[in-house]
Write a protein that binds this ligand. Structure first.
Ligand code: NAP
Length: 258
């Protein structure tokens, strides 16, 4: 029988992995989405949507649907589902991998201010600037609501969840963004400080280059640590290699997962 891979998705890497696995007739792939985004990007293979009901619910799902490999390819800041995945895999004995794109690294010319949370980012902001580009996603913006002297530009795929700071302009957009796009945005809105999570990846990295070019400070929220004992791989190729599926897509060879 075809091995069944469950991908916990919501990222570009998850979609890429699903596309690669779905192209292999000898593998069954299901991607799970949280259901937060109104129109998610299309995903190859089977999909399911919505929470499982904690680690116990996920463990049940793994057993009921005869999952052979669980790949947690969720966003680096989606800490709850990642913890649930580790627990469900431990309880069921299902093989688990964590696909985590590497974080960003500062280079010469960057003026980064590393913090551990959105609350800490809000605390750092008043001494760094007054016009803020907030690209930390649509959730958790209540951390900034008390900053009534600052102006915010918030960018997210779907409308941000209130409460928001009183002086907030919302831009709805989905990456990838180019350095030209980002430079224009920063100049148009006369931004003097950025806030971002250390999401890593190329799709949203251009804002960091634009900030460096313009000499702007960036508040970077550090990502949570992966759960202890989990095997972390940095990219889709790493997952395929771990599963013995590293042959080129469509070659038909070595489809031996798990
Ligand atoms: P989270 O706080 O870690 O998860 C909260 C709950 O949402 C989980 O306990 C789980 O509910 C459900 N859930 C999350 N991801 C799921 C998935 N892929 N499939 C099924 N249920 C899922 O997650 P989050 O930060 O809200 O992120 C939600 C989704 O958006 C994730 O899939 C993530 O990849 C994506 N995303 C997150 C961010 C971010 O900055 N956090 C950015 C971009 C994309 P149950 O306990 O009921 O199973």
């Amino acid at each position: 029988m075809s091995p069944h891979v469950l991908i916990l998705g919501g990222t570009t890497e998850a979609r890429r992995l699903a596309a690669d696995l779905a192209a292999r007739p000898a593998v069954r792939v299901t991607t799970s989405l949280a259901g937060r985004v109104a129109s998610p990007a299309p995903v190859a293979g089977e999909t399911r949507t919505g929470g499982f009901g904690g680690p116990e619910g996920l463990a049940d799902w793994l057993l009921t649907h005869r999952v052979d490999v669980l790949v947690d390819a969720t966003h680096p800041f989606a800490a709850s589902i990642t913890a649930n995945a580790a627990r469900a895999a431990a309880v069921t004995g299902v093989r688990a991998l964590m696909l985590r794109r590497p974080g960003w690294r500062p280079v010469a010319g960057d003026d980064w201010h590393l913090v551990d949370s959105l609350d800490a980012a809000a605390e750092a902001l008043p001494r760094l600037g007054r016009r803020v580009f907030l690209s930390t996603g649509r959730l958790g913006l209540a951390a900034f609501r008390h900053l009534t002297d600052l102006s915010f530009v918030v960018r997210s795929v779907d409308p941000p969840e209130p409460p928001l700071p009183p002086d907030t302009r919302v831009l709805l957009a989905r990456g990838p963004f180019t350095v030209t796009d980002e430079t224009r945005l920063l100049r148009t809105h006369r931004i003097d400080v950025l806030v971002t999570k250390d999401s890593g990846g190329a799709a949203t990295a251009a804002k960091l280059t634009a900030a460096r070019d313009l000499g702007l400070p960036v508040v970077v929220v550090r990502r949570p640590e992966p759960p202890a004992g989990v095997t972390v791989v940095p990219d889709v190729a790493g997952v395929l290699e771990r599963l013995g599926l590293s042959s080129p897509r469509g070659s038909g060879a070595a489809d031996t997962c798990p």
